[in-house]
Design a protein around this ligand. Structure first.
Ligand code: CP
Ligand code: NVA
Length: 303
């Protein structure tokens, strides 16, 4: 049987996501009730980090522990990956010693090559092009607060980055619409969007993109790996802050999301991220619950 990986959002079907969301609700409830649940006892997750992380490491490591398994953390600084061992070789070796692998790296091509040589499922914990686990947590969070996201409108205010490409794929799967406003020169790369994706509209003006939407979301102006562009980005993104004026354009019960870490006063005003419409802490916590559902599904299938 073919191994199932989660390298980008479009790797799973709506039916599979609906199953994962249902499992995430069950698994979250067990966690909140201190009910032991160890379906992955004696299983091992290897986590490879080529970029920094707080939430992704914590949620995968704690999640695997809570499911009864173990998680091993590797980074480029003290593994042979940092000394040029080919990813294909690393993948063959790692996947003989564990049950599932999570990778945070640079180009999507790296994780694709890794997965192609792996004997076990591989999960994308963020690449330059995609961050599917975060968007899964965000959709779960939306559903918890507001019910189905189908037919709703989400505003993306920021550059075309890994989060946006995962949102674009999610819009197609879950059938909602995105209003996308990126500064000039930081716009969508069409090669990263499915040609039949009609689930988004582009807006030159970020305030207009927020009009009547059900959810406003943004991200840092400079993603990991693009630090050299920071000064130019600060200038180009002038006007792209999500502030109370933009939130007032949205539907009255609109939510605000940010994958974190955030920079108050840059992409988001403190009054918004720390305000009543913000669900950023639920979003962060839900990484744990949805990823536990994902680990369970990729290792054991439907239970
Ligand atoms: N949102 C997110 O992936 O956070 P970390 O970079 O801390 O893992
Ligand atoms: N777009 C950000 C997300 C961080 C979780 C980055 O890639 O740095």
């Amino acid at each position: 049987m073919a191994i199932k990986h989660f390298l980008q959002f479009s790797d799973l079907t709506l039916d599979e996501f609906e199953y994962l969301i249902e499992r995430a609700h069950v698994i979250k409830r067990k966690f909140k009730n201190y009910e032991p649940y160890h379906p992955l006892s004696d299983r091992t997750l290897v986590m490879v980090f080529e970029k920094n992380s707080t939430r992704t490491r914590l949620s995968f490591e704690a999640g695997m522990h809570q499911l009864g398994g173990a998680a091993i953390y590797l980074n480029t600084r003290d593994s042979q990956l940092g000394r040029g061992e080919p990813v294909e070789d690393a993948s063959q070796v790692m996947s003989r010693m564990c049950d599932i692998i999570m990778i945070r790296t640079f180009g999507q091509d790296i994780i694709e090559r890794f997965a192609a040589h792996s004997r076990v499922p591989v999960i994308n914990g963020l690449t330059n092009e995609h961050h599917p686990c975060q968007v899964l947590a965000d959709i779960f969070t939306y559903i918890e607060h507001r019910g189905s996201i189908a037919g709703k409108t989400v505003a993306w205010i920021g550059d075309a980055n890994n989060m946006l490409y995962s949102w674009l794929q999610a819009a197609q799967v879950f059938n909602f619409h995105l209003h996308v406003s990126t500064p000039t020169s930081y716009d969508i790369d069409p090669s990263l969007v499915a040609v039949d994706n009609t689930n988004y509209t582009l807006f030159a003006n970020p305030s207009d993109a927020c009009a009547d939407v059900h959810l406003v979301t943004t991200d840092v102006w400079t993603s990991m790996g693009y630090e050299d562009e920071n000064a130019a980005r600060l200038k180009a993104f002038d006007g792209w802050i999500v502030n109370p004026e933009k939130m007032q354009r949205a539907a009255p019960d609109a939510l605000f999301m940010h994958c974190l870490p955030a920079h108050r006063g840059e992409e988001v005003a403190a009054a918004v991220i720390d305000g009543p419409q913000s669900v950023v802490w639920d979003e962060a916590e839900n990484r744990l619950h949805v990823q536990k559902a994902l680990l369970e599904y990729l290792v054991l299938g439907r239970v």
